[in-house]
Structures are given as structure tokens and as C-alpha cells.
Design a protein around this ligand. Structure first.
Ligand SMILES: C[S@@+](CC[C@H](N)C(=O)[O-])C[C@H]1O[C@@H](n2cnc3c(N)ncnc32)[C@H](O)[C@@H]1O
Length: 348
């Protein structure tokens, strides 16, 4: 049977490193899916990922999975690092992970980087070369190219990138807000227009307990916390990089009635109840995020509770909201520049 090109490329990626049983490997992911091939080699692999769902997937394959935005702080002295950046990775984030890969390697260790021409591999390899002082192409399967770079000195040839940026928001309820973001976090350059529309409509009461589902750097959750001065906001995101920004933003704005934590927000804790759930949901994930969000919100809202979402294609969301909450319980609250705010409520 002829294997699909992508499968061949994954196998070639692992084969290029000529792994022995017991070799220490840091796996930064083949778009999250190189793990099966690694396991077969008998190498001692640690998968470090930023998204809790990817880490859980590694653990399900009985590979040591660690959730971290700083792989080199989790594991060091590794012989081999594998990395194929995910399609939607920000360039600055990929550069940070190449820096981390360098730090995690032992002297003489090798980082293998794979990617496609139309997905930025050229600029990633250029950065790899600058950090390691060397790089070479070790293979190509279909459109996937594989490169390697060897650690030949203790320090990188260039200082690691720092992708943090800061800005102020002065025109939102409860302003001003001082914001720090990093590459790889949604809408890192400023407030997303959809998020802004949802904030304009946010119906938070002073004693509400509010959930910001998929909080990113924390825009909705920070405003929610300031509006519910005697209430509380819970900010959840599956991505640890987003949560580290959200925590920093709560700290720098001295917002004490809120907490930010990593979690798969599709899984609601049955003990936690909310008066308001707000979200700018991940549209890339389609129904796999939308359905659990709507169904979970229905169960987690108190009597009189509201769910408010901002989306771009409202039809499927609205249909599911009405299916779950009841026919007259979901409506469009606002529309602007292609964004639509949807509202659903639970009767008293
Ligand atoms: C469109 S962004 C919105 C971020 C932020 N709320 C804003 O408005 O700027 C969606 C966010 O949902 C997060 N996310 C995706 N799936 C998730 C899940 N299953 N659980 C928690 N967060 C999730 C992503 O990491 C991302 O930060």
C-alpha cells in the first residue's frame, strides 16, 4: 500500500535523526502529530506543547506530555529536537521555539525542522541558521522539506527574540487597561473588532460571576471583572501562552476579582455556575468548539443567566443555540463590519 505523502514525510522526519532506543528527544510537534512514529523508535520522547488538548493527546499515546510555553525550562540535555510548526503559527512564536530548542539541546545535539515553502519554511530556516550558525537540508517529501542544525557552541549566535508588546486601551468600560501580549496569541496587536462589539453589548451586573470562554490575552475577562465589581470573572483558555498574558494583564491592571487558568473550556466543571458567559469562539474549530460551548453554557448558567457570543457566520450558532436553549431564547443583539453578537438566556 502506498502511504500518503504526509505520513511518509513524518516517518522521514523521525528517520533522519537515526534515533536509538533511549535517545532523549524533545518533540515540539509535527503539527502535533509526530508522536506515533517516535514511540516506535524506543526513544525517550517528551512532547512539550502550548495547548492542553495537544498535551492530552500525547499522554493518550503514553508519551510524556508537558504543557509549557518554555520547553527549555522543562527539559534540557536532549539529543534531538523535532519541530514542524503548525500551519497557523505566528512567525515570532516559531522563532521563540527555535530559541527554546537550541537551549534544550546538549552540545552536538540536532534540531530537525520541517515545513512547506508556502508556509514560511524559508524564513524559519533562515532564523535557524542565524541561531545555530549552521543548517542543511536533509530531505524532502512532496512539499515538505526537512532541515537540520547542530548545536556546536554553548550560546546561540544571536540573542533570543523577545516578542512581548504592550499597549493601552482607553475607550472601554472600566478603562484604562494596560495590555501585554506576545506573538502567537490571538489579536496580539490590539483589540479585535469582534471582541470590541461584544464588549459594547456586554450586560454584566455588579455581582455577576462571569466566564470568559477562550480568553486569549484577557480582553473580555478584564472588562467583565471591572463591570462586576462585587462579582467575579473566570478566564479560561486552552493555550498556556494566552493564559500567561491574561495573568500578566490581570496583575498589571490590579484586577483582583478574576482568575485566569489553562483548561479545555469545552469541558465544564459541573460544580461551577455562572450568571454570564462571554466568548469570541475559535471559528477554525467549527462545531467541535461551538457545540460543547453552547451545550456546556446551557448547563452551567444559573436561572436568568446569559450567553453572549461574537461570531462571523451566525446561522449555525443560532440554530444550535435555539435547539439547546429553546426556540425563543436566542437572538441577534448587534451587527457591525461582518461581526454578529448573539445572545441566549435561561428563564428565571
Ligand atoms: C478568537 S480567540 C478569542 C480570544 C479573546 N477572547 C479575544 O476576544 O481576544 C479564541 C480563543 O479560544 C481559545 N480556545 C480554543 N479552543 C479552546 C478550548 N477548547 N478551550 C479553551 N480555549 C480555547 C484559543 O486559544 C483562543 O485564545
Amino acid at each position: 500500500m502506498i502511504k500518503p505523502k504526509d505520513t511518509q514525510a513524518r516517518e522521514a522526519f523521525v528517520a533522519a535523526a537515526d534515533l536509538q532506543a533511549g535517545t532523549q528527544v524533545l518533540d515540539l510537534g509535527w503539527e502535533g502529530e509526530c508522536l506515533e512514529y517516535l514511540r516506535e523508535t524506543g526513544a525517550l520522547a517528551t512532547f512539550v506543547g502550548e495547548d492542553i488538548r495537544a498535551v492530552q493527546k500525547a499522554e493518550a499515546l503514553r508519551i510524556n506530555g508537558v504543557l509549557s510555553e518554555m520547553p527549555a525550562e522543562v527539559i534540557s540535555g536532549v539529543r534531538v529536537v523535532f519541530y514542524k510548526p503548525a500551519q497557523r503559527s505566528a512567525k515570532g512564536q516559531v522563532f521563540e521555539w527555535i530559541d527554546q530548542g537550541f537551549r534544550a539541546l546538549e552540545m552536538g545535539g540536532v534540531l530537525y525542522l520541517a515545513g512547506q515553502r508556502n508556509r514560511g519554511i524559508k524564513s524559519y530556516v533562515a532564523y535557524l541558521h542565524v541561531v545555530f550558525g549552521n543548517s542543511k537540508r536533509v530531505g524532502r517529501i512532496g512539499r515538505v522539506e526537512i532541515y537540520s542544525a547542530k548545536k556546536e557552541q554553548t550560546d546561540p549566535c544571536q540573542a533570543p527574540v523577545d516578542n512581548r508588546m504592550t499597549f493601552e486601551l482607553r475607550d472601554l468600560p472600566g478603562s484604562p487597561y494596560s495590555v501585554e501580549t506576545r506573538a502567537g496569541v490571538f489579536s496580539r496587536d490590539g483589540l479585535d473588532n469582534g471582541t470590541r462589539l461584544l464588549i459594547d453589548c456586554m450586560e454584566a451586573q455588579p455581582i455577576d460571576h462571569i466566564l470568559d470562554w477562550g480568553c486569549g490575552w484577557g480582553a473580555l475577562g478584564m472588562v467583565a471583572a471591572r463591570l462586576s465589581a462585587r462579582g467575579y470573572a473566570t478566564l479560561i483558555d486552552s493555550n498556556i501562552r494566552a493564559i500567561s498574558c491574561a495573568k500578566e494583564n490581570l496583575r498589571r491592571n490590579r484586577i483582583c476579582n478574576a482568575v485566569a487558568r489553562v483548561g479545555d473550556a469545552r469541558v465544564f466543571d459541573p460544580r461551577e455556575k455562572f450568571d454570564l458567559i462571554v466568548s469570541n469562539p475559535p471559528f477554525h474549530d467549527g462545531n467541535s468548539a461551538a457545540h460543547p460551548l453552547i451545550e456546556g453554557a446551557f448547563r452551567a448558567l444559573r436561572p436568568g443567566g446569559r450567553l453572549m457570543l461574537v461570531v462571523m457566520r451566525p446561522e449555525a450558532y443560532l440554530k444550535h443555540i435555539r435547539r439547546v436553549f429553546g426556540k425563543g431564547k436566542g437572538n441577534i443583539m448587534a451587527q457591525k463590519d461582518g461581526y454578529v453578537v448573539l445572545r441566549a438566556h435561561i428563564g428565571n
